[in-house]
Design a binder for this molecule. Structure first.
Ligand SMILES: NC(=O)c1ccc[n+]([C@@H]2O[C@H](COP(=O)([O-])OP(=O)(O)OC[C@H]3O[C@@H](n4cnc5c(N)ncnc54)[C@H](O)[C@@H]3O)[C@@H](O)[C@H]2O)c1
Length: 273
């Protein structure tokens, strides 16, 4: 998608952090922006600021775990702006614990938001993009952890993000013939409030004393700015990139991970001799 001016972007989890950075950048490109978040007041705050700066923006309170609410977000977008072109399934949450120390409720919460939230966005918007017949682009926010398991500290989180990578690759091939591109955003340390994600955990799933601040705090303090990441996303959408990495220096670690996988192919080849 080359021409962004006047086109319509929808971003989930846009009341703060990376989503807010995307909203600001898209507005600066002349796009009309739907700012969506479970925290409706924050979405409204971002949207009001964009309008003050001269952009066309609207806020919609949406919990991405609720399929009907995401459907309503798509309907609202079409009613308000008459079209949709760029959809960023970005809302996400995190908790700091190994897989075996995580409860059923931990798994459920993270999969509901990080995985089902992305599926809901794809299911609600892709048929409308196809029907509209103007092409478009999807950006699904995964993480570098989706390609590089982060060991014991972020067990459930990296599992959800690997799922986002797989789900996105599944959609990508089937929507390409409709002129719809798809990028997988894999950030690695962006200065946001993700370490306080527990604030949005549903009460029925209990609370957990997280130690995310200790684990990720320093990395986030020195992180890339969400606005700069937004500018990279704009360039990657225009260039039709499948993966968008915020930290190219992570290449070696990813290479090391895939080398381990290939080493097991070497082992398997020896077994069949
Ligand atoms: N910050 C990083 O370094 C980093 C690294 C890798 C991946 N990510 C991913 O980036 C995305 C954005 O996170 P962020 O870092 O900007 O964190 P953030 O906490 O600043 O922003 C996340 C936003 O999602 C919203 N949200 C939470 N639950 C929701 C729900 N059920 N429905 C709708 N909105 C909901 C929050 O209210 C918040 O505004 C997430 O998917 C996260 O996993 C971030």
């Amino acid at each position: 998608m080359q021409d962004l001016e006047g086109k319509v972007a929808v971003i989930t989890g846009a009341g703060a952090g990376i989503g807010e950075g995307l909203a600001e950048t898209f507005a600066a490109e002349g796009m009309k922006v739907v700012v969506s978040d479970i925290e409706g007041d924050k979405a409204e705050g971002v949207s009001a600021r964009l309008r003050d700066q001269g952009a066309e923006a609207v806020a919609v309170q949406t919990d991405v775990t609720d399929r009907a609410a995401v459907e309503a977000l798509a309907e609202h977008t079409l009613r308000h702006f008459g079209a949709v072109h760029l959809v960023c399934n970005n809302a996400g949450v995190c908790l700091g614990a190994s897989a075996h120390e995580s409860s059923d409720a931990d798994w459920e919460w993270l999969f509901r938001v990080n995985v089902h939230g992305v599926i809901h966005g794809c299911q609600a918007f892709i048929p409308r993009l196809i029907e509209q017949g103007q092409g478009g682009h999807i950006v699904n926010t995964a993480s570098i952890g989706g390609l590089l398991p982060a060991g014991p500290i972020l067990g459930v989180y990296t599992a959800t993000k690997a799922a986002v990578v797989g789900i996105s690759e599944s959609y990508a091939n089937s929507i390409e013939p409709h002129g719809i591109g798809l990028s997988i955003l894999c950030p690695a340390g962006v200065a946001t409030d993700l370490i306080h994600a527990e604030r949005n955990r549903p009460p029925e799933l209990g609370q957990r004393e997280g130690d995310l601040e200790d684990i990720l705090g320093p990395m986030f303090d020195d992180g890339m700015s969400p606005r700069m990441l937004g500018q990279w996303v704009v360039r990657a959408v225009r260039d039709g990139r499948r993966f968008i990495f915020s930290h190219p220096e992570m290449r070696e670690a990813v290479q090391g991970h895939f080398d381990q996988i290939l080493a097991d192919f070497d082992w398997a080849e020896k077994q069949s001799l």
